[in-house]
Design a protein around this ligand. Structure first.
Ligand code: NAG
Ligand code: NAG
Length: 296
């Protein structure tokens, strides 16, 4: 005789299996730092040693930080451009002269104060990632920060302009199980792509008049994740900037669950703070925040 609840068990198992398959990220993954008071603080500059080299990074933690927050925090890595610095990301530079807003303009958009930011300093002011040393630096920072602060390890993001975009791309290639989504602003293949066969949610923007890292390089990076994320290749053809100085935004169709690809093309040069005509606000921050905040 069958045990009375066998049908129910089978149903529950089926339901669980289906849910786990359909929704790879169903709930928060609180880091070790969620079960204790913070051991790291806002504005702290940290130093570590990678391959015998001293490396520095700075934290931005919301002032109302609370480790028993009902939701563990998002963690966003912000990589500077060539010749930039962590300090220039923290303070920002004039967006009307090609600079980025403080912290890539993200904190004012995070009205829930849901994110902790990590701002690393590059060797030789860049991310050459020699023998993977900048990826190792990322691994080290991720471990330290998730131990010291309450982070949802399913909500780790990376963004940057130019070399910083290249570094974000490199992490999407080599750390697809740790990085939920990237935003690559005018990037190129400068920090390598070790691995590069797994899907990662991918936002990128690029100018058709980019005189430093041409747009064909940006398209090549994008196409890797169009492929990995199993999106349909854009059958409308390569999008052009919109009329009258506006950007064009394309959301690829048919991508795997939780692995969108968004591509924004504009008519400008190598500029992280490109604006649409008639707008006073660079669009990279809002587009990036819109993309990162899709993930829960
Ligand atoms: C704030 O959190 C709520 C609830 O999770 C969410 O719906 C909303 O989009 C968040 N706002 C922003 C600006 O991210
Ligand atoms: C774009 O830049 C790459 C790398 O510098 C170069 O190999 C390629 O020829 C350039 N393509 C165009 C269309 O300028």
């Amino acid at each position: 005789m069958a045990p009375p609840h066998r049908g129910l068990w089978a149903f529950t198992l089926l339901l669980l299996t289906t849910l786990t398959t359909l929704l790879p990220f169903t709930s928060a993954a609180p880091s070790p730092g969620c079960s204790k008071p913070a051991t790291l603080r806002n504005g702290q500059q940290l130093t570590t040693t990678i391959n015998g080299k001293s490396r520095q990074y700075t934290l931005r933690v919301p002032d109302n930080y609370n480790p028993s927050n009902n939701a563990p925090y998002r963690l966003i890595f912000l990589w500077h451009q060539l010749g930039g610095s962590a300090q220039k990301i923290i303070q920002g530079e004039d967006p009307n002269r090609g600079g980025v807003l403080p912290y890539y303009g993200l904190p004012p958009l995070d009205t829930n104060k849901s994110a902790i930011y990590v701002v690393p300093q590059g060797l030789n002011q860049g991310w050459g990632n020699q023998n993977g040393e900048d990826v190792s630096f990322f691994d080290n920072m991720l471990q330290t920060v998730t131990e010291g602060l309450c982070v949802d390890t399913n909500l780790v993001f990376s963004t940057g302009f130019s070399y910083g975009g290249a570094m974000s791309y490199s992490l999407a290639c080599s750390r697809p199980s740790k990085i939920r989504a990237v935003a690559v602003i005018s990037g190129s293949l400068l920090s390598g792509c070790s691995g590069g066969n797994e899907p990662v949610a991918y936002y990128a923007q690029h100018g058709t008049s980019d005189s430093v890292l041409n747009i064909s390089g940006g398209r090549q990076l994008r196409d890797r994740f169009v492929r990995n994320n199993k999106c349909s290749a854009n059958n409308g053809g390569e999008p052009q900037p919109g009329q009258g100085g506006r950007s064009t935004r394309v959301e690829y169709q048919g991508c795997a669950q939780d692995k969108p690809v968004v591509w924004v093309v504009h008519g400008g040069d190598h500029n992280p703070s490109q604006k649409d005509s008639g707008s006073n606000e660079p669009f990279a921050p809002r587009n990036t925040w819109e993309f990162f905040s899709r993930f829960k």
